[in-house]
Design a protein around this ligand. Structure first.
Ligand code: SF4
Ligand code: SF4
Length: 62
């Protein structure tokens, strides 16, 4: 199972990753983006590519 690794200190809550995700895995929380549906992540990396601040450092495999 995959999931994005999010550094919340670098997240500016722009929503680009939420928009880019084809599986509705992410949602904006109060201070940073959050994983709302980890089971749906297909590991495509679109969220990481869309992030302007590099807050998503990798797509983890476990
Ligand atoms: S890796 Fe792909 S499916 Fe998983 S959260 Fe990022 S955009 Fe969504
Ligand atoms: S694209 Fe990056 S900065 Fe924007 S909400 Fe997602 S993780 Fe945060």
């Amino acid at each position: 199972m995959s999931h994005p690794v999010i550094n919340t200190d670098e997240c500016v809550s722009c929503g680009a990753c939420v928009e880019a995700c084809p599986a509705d895995v992410l949602e904006l929380g109060d201070e940073a983006v959050e994983i709302s549906d980890a089971d749906s992540c297909v590991g495509c990396g679109a969220c990481m590519d869309a992030c302007p601040t590099g807050a998503i450092s990798e797509i983890a495999d476990e």
